[in-house]
Design a protein around this ligand. Structure first.
Ligand code: BES
Ligand code: MN
Ligand code: ZN
Length: 501
């Protein structure tokens, strides 16, 4: 168990195994941040020259380790670079905190002396540290390296209510991100629509979230042709999981919808082997909306949430749907399937149709939807598409405040028109033209949101880190979109984000 706390102790006398001290660059050279000067003083004049001789230049995220040899209480001092003193922002704090705690091995406790000015900074440092300490060891037989489990943010005002709340928020948010990462990392032979639904139902959320699972029979009754069509090729039947969090006097009502393809082989439009290797990540949207809903409830935010996780496994078989099949969706619209690998939009369409029935103030769907979004924005930036001009631009700002990268993309009229060019059904599911696949997919989804304000987050890039770990982002599942969704609920509750002025 990872625990987080705030303490007002001095970094030189805090009773932890290690202390992380922030170092900035100024016009006078490198200096310890105010919160850490007493450690620098305890080391004496040699402190900065020693760091320098270790090759340390206070580059953001750079670390240098010094045995304290009794100069300060913690046995290990980890200097972490924060870059230029006047350019330190919250994301810089998150990354520095992660780099600092990751440098500590075989110790139990670590304190962080970083420049925290108020509860939001404490939250950022706490989140960075906890997110950076994540590792996925469920399937390892050897004992993993021991990472610190007790994280202390040093802060003069540690006893204030707002600071305590910031610590709880960081713990809850980081816990939700870890939950989403665990689900994404879980191998697809163990996590299928049935077991995923069971695991969601089994989560103890202090009775604050009601979980309902629709099985394949229920889905037939509901007319969910999209979810059933995608799921019919697999021996693991599809599920739709509905979560409701209903606080007493909600400031807003938000519906969340997540794509939950537990494995995307492409179906009969089979993917090449190399493209399939990471396709257990294709339920990252569902993991994000479920984990965020639990976090919002745990934090007791006054925003009503109804979340839908549309779960199916996309497999080729004698029962799989074919290119050429026509599906009747829950909304009544008919869809000509032309590429079974464009399955995400089909499961989302039914869930969106259900979500807008409750006429929420906002519907947000989250999906690893298109490879084209990775071509457009790279692997670390999510695409934002919407039927609401103001939310299209505000969503990336919310994401940035949460520490996530998102960028707006358009749904041009000519692309929206393409969706209606099936030779025989109401809609075509796939555009054979090679470019702009993200826009077409969003245009397709928009057909199912009626008059609701809607935002679509394409997290195909950021949901899974196929490369090296960086900052507080590990290899594998990243928990993308969880922090943005929690932040969105927070801002809808306190900053009137959804008010239409
Ligand atoms: N799950 C994939 C999208 C994806 C690709 C997510 C890479 C994460 C990393 C999606 O179902 C898919 O296969 N999309 C196709 C759509 C195409 C057939 C129109 C794609 O992007 O190639
Ligand atoms: Mn696919
Ligand atoms: Zn997919």
């Amino acid at each position: 168990m990872l625990t987080l706390s705030a303490r007002s102790a001095k970094p030189s006398s805090v009773r932890t195994d290690a202390v992380v001290v922030g170092i900035v660059r100024t016009s006078k050279g490198m200096v310890a941040v105010d919160a850490a000067v007493d450690v620098a003083k305890a080391f004496g004049r040699g402190f900065v020259p020693t760091l320098s001789s270790l090759g340390f230049e206070a580059e953001p995220g750079q670390v240098a380790k010094l045995p304290s040899s009794g100069a300060v209480k913690p046995a290990l001092v980890v200097a972490v670079g924060l870059g230029a003193a006047d350019e330190v922002d919250r994301e810089g704090l998150r990354r520095a905190a992660a780099a600092g705690v990751q440098a500590v091995a075989n110790a139990v406790s670590v304190a962080l002396a970083l420049p925290v000015d108020g509860p939001d900074d404490v939250q950022a440092v706490g989140e960075g540290a906890l997110l950076g300490l994540y590792s996925y060891d469920a399937y390892r037989s050897a004992e993993p390296d021991r990472r610190p489990t007790d994280v202390v943010v040093l802060c003069e005002k540690a006893r204030r209510r707002e600071v305590k709340r910031a610590v709880e928020t960081a713990e809850t948010v980081a816990g939700a991100v870890a939950m989403a990462r665990d689900w994404v990392n879980a191998p697809p032979n163990d996590l299928n629509p049935v077991t995923f639904a069971e695991q969601i139902s089994a989560h103890k959320s202090a009775g604050k979230v009601k979980v309902t699972v629709l099985d394949d029979k229920d889905l037939t009754k509901q007319g969910c042709g999209g979810i059933l069509g995608v799921g019919q090729g697999s021996s693991n039947p599809p599920r739709l999981v509905q979560l409701t969090y209903a606080p007493r006097r909600p400031a807003a009502r938000i519906a969340l919808v997540g794509k939950g393809i537990t494995f995307d082989s492409g179906g009969l439009s089979l993917k090449p082997g190399a493209s399939m290797m990471t396709m257990k990540c294709d339920m990252g949207g569902a993991a994000a909306v479920v984990a965020a809903t639990f976090a919002i409830a745990e934090l007791g935010l006054p925003v009503a949430i109804t979340a839908y996780a549309a779960l199916a496994e996309n497999m080729p078989s004698g029962t799989a749907s074919r290119p050429g099949d026509v599906l009747t969706m829950r909304s009544g619209k008919t869809v000509e399937v032309l590429n079974t690998d464009a399955e995400g939009r089909l499961v989302l369409a039914d869930a969106l149709d259900m979500a807008v029935e409750g006429e929420p103030d906002l519907v947000v769907d989250v999906a690893t939807l298109t490879g084209a979004c990775i071509v457009a924005l790279g692997t670390r930036v999510a695409g934002v598409l919407s039927n609401d001009e103001s939310l299209l631009h505000r969503m990336p700002e919310v994401a940035e405040r949460a520490g996530e990268a998102m960028w707006p993309l358009p749904i041009p009229d000519e692309v929206a028109a393409k969706v209606k060019t099936s030779s025989m059904a109401d809609l075509r599911q796939h555009n054979p033209e090679p470019h702009g696949g993200t826009l077409f997919a969003a245009a397709f989804l928009r057909e199912f949101v009626k008059e609701s304000r809607w935002v679509h987050l394409d997290i195909a890039g950021p949901a899974y880190n196929d490369g090296q770990a960086h900052g507080y982002t590990p290899k594998g599942g990243t928990g993308a979109a969880v922090r943005t969704l929690v932040r969105l609920a927070h801002e809808a509750a306190s900053d009137g984000l959804l008010s239409t002025s």
